[in-house]
Design a protein around this ligand. Structure first.
Ligand SMILES: [Fe+2]
Ligand SMILES: [Fe+2]
Length: 280
């Protein structure tokens, strides 16, 4: 998708400067490689074709640190700058990672794993490249859905420091705010990546009323909207392709791969559509 200056209300001189300094950024989310074995070579081939300078994965990739590290190492062979933010699935405490709590996964285990693979971990610090900063946080929810709807996160994510989903969200908002504040000082343009949805109210066509609360939180969107250097917002979590303009006028996009049962078609075709390439 090519976005024009009129779409973003940018004066033409500034637009010219923007285009001349544009970076090619590829992104995708929800690869769910546990459920999609065989997908990695297809993604590698496509990444080599698109020749992006930065490749962003917006969460829900793998459970299990050694497999995550191996996959990221392979992707690093296809793009110089690979950026990763964990999704809710990546923070589950289960037999594949045998780590005691989700906070430890987020703060240290995931960070070390991603860095060992030569990739950048967006969970704790922005990534800087030329005049661009990429900031990230997993995000969370104002609350879990009420019974009879259940969510695996309520059982599989262990947060020793937090009693409610809203407290997890508060912690994530603080992390993202620090990144956005720092990046606003250092960069001219900012891309924000969250796993959960920052603008759930824009999902009404896609998600039933009862599930909206489990998509993310408007508080994430309100935070992002406070920072005028943000030019693009990317998320994951919802397994539907979405491109909307926020109230602040920036594009917000979700471009997931998803689960095999949701696809019903050749994964190569899905990757062609789902690996998005933008210029920022
Ligand atoms: Fe997912
Ligand atoms: Fe998710």
């Amino acid at each position: 998708m090519k976005i024009g200056s009129a779409d973003l209300c940018i004066p033409s001189a500034l637009w010219y400067e923007w285009v001349m300094s544009a970076l090619r950024v590829a992104f995708i989310s929800d690869l769910h490689l546990d459920h999609n074995p065989g997908l990695l070579p297809i993604l590698e081939a496509r990444l080599r074709e698109v020749r992006a300078q930065i490749f962003i994965m917006a969460g829900d990739m793998f459970s299990g640190m050694s497999r995550l590290e191996a996959a990221l190492k392979r992707l690093r062979q296809c793009c110089d700058h690979v950026l990763f933010i964990p999704g809710n699935h990546d923070l589950w405490v289960n037999e594949t990672n045998s780590i005691g709590d989700s906070r430890a996964i987020y703060d240290s285990v995931m960070l070390r794993t991603v860095h060992r693979a030569g990739a950048h971990y967006l969970g704790t610090a922005p990534f800087y490249f030329e005049n661009l900063a990429v900031c990230g946080a997993t995000g969370w929810y104002d609350d879990y859905p009420s019974p009879p709807i259940t969510t695996p996160d309520a059982k599989l994510c262990h947060w020793p420091d937090f009693e409610t989903p809203a407290q997890v969200l508060e912690w994530q908002l603080g992390l993202l705010e620090r990144q956005l504040t720092e990046a606003s000082e250092r960069a001219r343009k900012i891309v924000v990546v969250t796993h959960t949805v920052p603008y759930p109210s824009l999902l009404k066509k896609h998600v039933s009323e009862e599930l909206i609360a489990y998509m993310g939180s408007e508080r994430l969107g309100a935070l992002i909207d406070r920072f005028p250097k943000v030019v693009y917002a990317i998320s994951g979590h919802i397994h539907a392709r979405i491109l909307r303009r926020t109230k602040g006028g920036i594009p917000w996009e979700v471009s997931p791969f998803g689960y095999p049962k949701e696809l019903g078609e050749d994964p190569r075709e899905v990757i062609l559509r789902s690996l998005r390439l933008i210029e920022v």
